[in-house]
Write a protein that binds this ligand. Sequence first.
Ligand code: IPM
Ligand code: MG
Length: 370
Amino acid sequence: MKVAVLPGDGIGKEIVPQAVKVIKAIEKKYGLKIELEYGEIGGEAIDKYGTPFPEKTEKLVLKADATLLGAVGGPKWDNLPFDKRPERGLLALRKVLKTFANLRPAKVYDELVSASTLKEEIVKGVDILVVRELTSGIYFGKPRGVFSIKEFPLKDYYQEEELKGEKVGINTLKYTDEEVRRIAKIAFEAARKRNKKVTSIDKANVLEATSFWRQIVEEVAKDYPDVELNHMYVDNAAMQLLRWPKQFDVIVTTNMFGDIISDEAAALTGSLGMLPSASIGGEKGLYEPIHGSAPDIAGKDIANPIATINSVGMMFNYSFNRPDIENLIDRAVRDVLKEYRTKDIHTPGTKLVSCSQMGDLIANKILELD
Ligand code: IPM
Ligand code: MG
């Protein structure tokens, strides 16, 4: 087993080493050999190679069996042109790996119900899987960019008064039937193994591309008569997630809505620092926490490494077919959380620990558990 490790920027450099401690503990416990090979992505890669996704990194991830990523971005690179920014490196990585399905499980641990800003009865028992489309939609649609109005490729679609000024910025929401079908299938298959309910989130009342999305999801649903399907507009979904999150089982949605909704789902679990993700659908999986590089807390050893550690759990399940190891990591995390907390989820009666201490505690717990 070969894993490409891309810590990236900001807290990525602090949380990934904790996840690596967990990989080492698993290696030891099960007598596995997991080869780790490090690479650069995002801001760090820009500084070193002048591009957020160097060829060297591309080769590395294509050679590895799975990729573990920390986070990218930071104020240092915020003024770069768009196609040179750290975030573009991440998008390129997802595209190269063809990981069109991003699974983001939002599970509220009983130990953490009091860490959420919502009432206990609302969040206790919440267990949602957000299936976010990851390699298309408005994140990748063309045309995109800022054009002088004279050179704007869609000039003919607009009336003169709609194109007043000098420049125009544009992004495009695009989905083909095939792109919707394959992500919908992933969602229905996942629901089959869970509570057999899929909620597809769109803005079908306004956006044609997502009304089309809804229609294709309906078609796919015909092959899954055992799974209940409902549709929700994204504005309503954002509200329902706060009002009564337990109505959701699997959520399937577009790239951008999934980005937004999954941050909201993370807040239910107590912290953005808790949500792992697995990006699948290509030959090789990509595993990363859903949060960003958090420049405001970077370098302080206070970040929560659990999202990344649980992403390692998902890696063992999806890339190496070891759901038992994912389970063990989950148990170790829960056990440690009974007593110890990083700052973001600290509540009275529990001990406050640093990012690196949390990594040690979970790695040691893995070795201890049966
Ligand atoms: C995420 C992040 C990324 C995204 C950014 C960093 C490009 O917010 O993984 O949710 O928008 O996909
Ligand atoms: Mg996001």
